[in-house]
Ligand binder design. Structure first.
Ligand SMILES: Nc1ncnc2c1ncn2[C@@H]1O[C@H](COP(=O)(O)OP(=O)(O)OP(=O)(O)O)[C@@H](O)[C@H]1O
Ligand SMILES: [Mg+2]
Length: 256
């Protein structure tokens, strides 16, 4: 019995290595597909220009077909870019940062789209929220995916609420939308790579967000009700030096 855990650790190590190799191979393949694909797309653009607008009916039909190929090329390029970001096997570059600042930045980015869709955005950001260790790019990408999903879930308007708060173990962000919500089947599969209920969706947004958050030692929880909305909660641990008997150090107010 004594050597069972050891054998398990070896097996884990072997599987991790195997996963790493497959992820790298898949990344390289995606990269290789991108080059010929962009040649196809560029030539389709030239062909569309040649066919031009004022042409006869046959040319117009040909132009329509070229445009379909162009839009499918765009879709494949988007899919490959998402996959490459997803498969990225790079170590995090952590530095102290403010969750308030990061979520504010992403909400600002989506403000025009939210306004155009009739979505009110409410921010309840704890001004005394302590700093956490953050890899800026990874966290930003995760938040972009979550906010984008929330906005896509509220096609007929609604409210998006972002709230940050101190928890027992660290800091948390709640992102609450009053959108379409998820049925149980969707809720079960939402973190599966390539699972999407959207036309042209890559299904990589949520798995990528979860991977990024877990790489920070954090976790992501979801509550969703069909027709009512969805709440995503992200919790990040406090760096050890900020934990202890005394009150946690507080970062300078941010996010305003
Ligand atoms: N806030 C939300 N409200 C309702 N459904 C959601 C929400 N977030 C995610 N989902 C569901 O989870 C699925 C997977 O989301 P994910 O972000 O991984 O992919 P996607 O949004 O479909 O594609 P992409 O991110 O490439 O645009 C979505 O297709 C949708 O059905
Ligand atoms: Mg998405």
């Amino acid at each position: 019995m004594a050597d069972t855990p050891h054998a398990g650790a070896d097996e884990n190590q072997r599987l991790r290595q195997q996963y790493h190799e497959i992820a790298q191979l898949a990344g390289a393949l995606a990269h290789e597909i991108k080059n010929p694909l962009s040649v196809i797309r560029m030539n389709m653009e030239l062909l569309a220009e040649d066919l031009g607008p004022g042409a006869g009916p046959a040319e117009r039909r040909a132009l329509q077909k070229v445009q379909i190929v162009q839009s499918q090329c765009h879709r494949l390029e988007h899919l490959l870019d998402s996959f490459l970001r997803f498969a990225r096997v790079l170590p995090l570059q952590l530095s102290p940062g403010s969750l308030n600042e990061h979520i504010s930045r992403v909400l600002d980015l989506f403000a025009p789209q939210a306004a155009a869709q009739g979505i009110a955005v409410a921010r309840f950001l704890d001004p005394d929220l302590p700093s956490i260790m953050i890899d800026e790019q990874t966290l930003q990408a995760a938040l972009v995916n979550l906010v984008k999903n929330a906005i896509e879930a509220m096609v007929d308007g609604g409210q998006l609420t972002a709230r940050t708060r101190l928890t027992r173990n660290g800091v948390a962000l709640d992102l609450i939308d009053t959108g379409c919500g998820m049925d149980p089947g969707t809720a079960m599969r939402m973190f599966e790579a390539f699972f999407s209920t959207k036309d042209g969706g890559s299904g990589l947004g949520l798995p990528m967000a979860r991977k990024g958050i877990e790489a920070h030692g954090g976790r992501i929880d979801v509550q969703s009700e069909l027709g009512r909305g969805t709440k995503f909660t992200l919790e990040f641990p406090m760096p050890p030096r900020l934990m202890g008997d005394e009150a946690p150090h507080r970062a300078s107010p941010a996010g305003d």
